[in-house]
Ligand binder design. Structure first.
Ligand code: NAD
Ligand code: UDP
Length: 333
């Protein structure tokens, strides 16, 4: 297929999910402009394709307007882990709201589609399970998670208002917990915390009694959904849940991580953070029917790949050289 040389814009493209999205878009022939302020992302995430002729990186904060010519916009810029988004809650809100406004204005001026990376956090601590897109949620407007939850809710409102007022081609996906390579070891999320602790032989930290649940989606599956959503030409009346319905308690997840890493890691219980949702699982019927999408990577398989990533990332440079020397020597023995 012939593609335009006008780039697609990926905001937050140096982050965990954004970097995988950039890579997948380049792989299918798109020109990609990645815009990121590097607040929680890193140029290391881009190293595999930084020099690709169809890739460009620009350091920019989306709370400031952008004037560019682009062919589509994927708006992913926003810190996503609770530790990260609570560090500067006012900036998180600005990113969600002012950032969304700036990107919507850009979409309007270029007359191009725009996709918003929303979140399952818009359901708050849900009273309905699993969560279907027409559920309005149960969100604390003034708590420590609110900068993110309410910011993302407001961004969704802006996306639908820009469609109604200005006819902008907006798409909204609600991403549930996603994991995989390029997560940061210190982002405080449960998957990275558990795997890194297990690899280091340290106790796994269970917040609260560990009976709260999450449903985990491997990043490659999510990226397929994001691209399918942008490519889909039908008008989406509501946001679309994006996640893998495989649901685990945090204790079950800890057990699985211990099994995959090997060795017996102890568990240690810490206080449950404020407003921590008790149960979370997406109903993905819309993604199945509208986008013909379903997750393909099981949690066991995805965690194994993520374990291998962290194992390689955590080995000090010297040990890596030694182990590759050993492998070469063994190959020649
Ligand atoms: P991440 O923190 O790894 O990536 C976010 C990226 O956005 C980073 O590179 C960061 O530097 C950049 N950024 C933050 N504020 C910015 C700003 N004002 N201007 C420009 N760049 C900015 O997080 P992620 O897990 O890759 O999440 C990506 C998107 O997906 C976010 O919008 C997040 O809300 C959404 N999401 C993620 C998950 C998940 O489980 N990972 C779940 C729900 C929603
Ligand atoms: N959690 C945990 N131990 C950790 C980190 C997180 O038990 O070391 C719990 C956390 O309380 C929450 C779940 O794991 O119930 C998922 O947390 P995460 O920060 O990954 O995502 P979110 O809360 O945004 O879903």
């Amino acid at each position: 297929m012939t593609r335009t040389t006008t780039p697609v814009l990926v905001t937050g493209g140096a982050g965990f999910i954004g970097s995988h999205l950039c890579e997948a878009l380049i792989a299918r022939g798109d020109y990609v402009l990645c815009v990121d302020n590097l607040m929680t992302g890193s140029l290391d995430n881009l190293s595999d394709f930084m020099r690709h002729p169809r890739f460009e990186f620009r350091r920019h904060d989306i709370t400031e307007p952008l004037e560019l010519k682009v062919s589509a916009i994927y708006n992913l810029a926003c810190p996503a882990s609770p530790v990260d988004y609570q560090r500067d809650p006012v900036h998180t809100l600005r990113t969600c709201v002012q950032g969304a406004l700036n990107m919507l204005e850009l979409a309007r001026s270029c007359d191009v589609p725009i996709l918003q990376a929303s979140t399952s956090e818009v359901y708050g601590d849900p009273l309905q399970h699993p969560q279907v897109e027409n559920y309005w949620g149960n969100v604390n407007p003034i708590g420590s998670r609110s900068c993110y939850d309410e910011g993302k809710r407001c961004a969704e409102t802006l996306f639908y208002d820009y469609f109604r007022m200005h006819g902008v081609d907006t798409r909204v996906i609600r991403i549930f917990n996603t994991y995989g390579p390029r997560m940061q070891a210190s982002d405080g999320r449960v998957v990275s915390n558990f795997i890194v602790s297990a690899l280091k032989g340290m106790p796994l930290t269970i917040y609260g009694d560990g009976q709260q649940t999450r449903s985990f989606c491997y990043v490659d599956d999510l990226v397929r959904l994001i691209i399918a959503c942008m490519d889909n030409k039908t008008r989406h009346e509501t946001p679309i849940n994006a996640g893998n319905p495989e649901e685990y308690t945090m204790l079950e997840l800890a057990e699985l991580v211990c099994e995959l890493v090997g060795g017996a890691s102890a568990l240690t219980h810490l206080a449950l953070p404020e407003d921590d949702p008790k149960r979370r699982k997406p109903d993905i019927e819309q993604a199945r029917t509208v986008l013909d999408w379903k997750p393909e990577v099981s949690v066991r398989e995805g965690l194994t790949r993520t374990r291998d990533y962290f194992r390689a990332a955590l080995i000090p440079e010297r040990a890596r050289k030694e182990s590759s020397l050993e492998t070469r020597e063994a190959a020649h023995a």
